[in-house]
Write a protein that binds this ligand. Structure first.
Ligand SMILES: *[C@@H]1O[C@H](CO)[C@@H](O)[C@H](O)[C@H]1NC(C)=O
Length: 243
């Protein structure tokens, strides 16, 4: 099995010699002109198992670099000034220009979903996706960001993707909008966990409950990639045989 995996990774390396991080258009804090955080708390244990998807609702979608930077700055200003948070609430933000903006980044605790800020990366696609869909550029940027996070060791390969509304009691928020919720639900690592709203004792935080639920719902990726490797090898053997 080890040798099959080795050949699989070799094939993968040949097919895609680029790291997903190279393909990702990441705009760091300095590049978009972020304000300094008021305070920093680091994430205490990486890699993380969860990604929580959000929409901004307001401000609206942006399709070019100038307006996306303007939106990200507005969001940070709103979070720091009106909400009184230490920094922009999200770990990363995504524009429909296909770029990913560093919010609190890979290492810092955020303020995107109560109870999840030290154990889940919060990613916000800029726009109101109640009725509209995020475009392919934005969705592809999210995919690349996840793959890059796995490559860098910040996101577990066996990670789970939920949405803001699932992380809180039912009807607490509509985020990320019905339309975007429908899209995220079709993603292979989507987990249908829903915070029931029941108060839990301190030993059983929401995120631990979610982990138990999602581990049962989704099989580990490692076995999926082994299956993929096996079919790839079979395909190659067939190909060689038929030549
Ligand atoms: C947080 O992590 C950074 C490195 O990412 C480190 O430089 C800094 O000292 C840490 N801060 C605290 C308060 O632990």
């Amino acid at each position: 099995m080890t040798s099959i995996l080795f050949i699989y990774h070799l094939l993968l390396a040949i097919v895609s010699s680029q790291s997903p991080c190279d393909e990702l258009s990441l705009v760091d804090r300095a590049e978009w002109g972020a304000q300094e955080p008021i305070k920093i708390n680091n994430i205490t244990s990486k890699p993380l198992s969860f990604i929580v998807m959000h929409h901004s609702y307001s401000p609206s979608s942006c399709y070019d670099d100038d307006s996306c930077i303007e939106r990200v700055k507005d969001i940070q200003s709103f979070h720091q000034t009106s909400q009184g948070w230490d920094d922009i609430g999200f770990h990363f933000l995504v524009g429909e220009n296909g770029k990913v903006y560093e919010g609190r980044g890979w290492n810092r605790q955020a303020a995107h979903s109560t109870g999840w800020n030290n154990g889940a990366y919060g990613v916000c696609i800029i726009g109101d996706f109640t009725n509209a869909s995020p475009n392919e550029k934005a969705l592809n940027a999210v995919r690349l960001w996840i793959d890059c996070g796995i490559t860098l060791g910040y996101v577990k390969e066996d990670h789970y993707i939920i949405t803001h509304r699932q992380s809180q009691r039912p009807h607490y928020t509509d985020c990320p909008g019905d339309n975007m919720f429908g899209i995220v639900r079709s993603w292979p690592r989507y987990c249908s966990f829903q915070n029931s709203g029941a108060s839990l004792n301190a030993n059983k935080p929401q995120i631990a409950l979610a982990l138990e639920f999602c581990e049962k719902q989704l099989s580990p990726l490692s076995s999926a990639s082994t299956n993929l490797a096996t079919s790839l090898i079979m395909f190659y053997l067939l190909l060689i045989h038929s030549l």
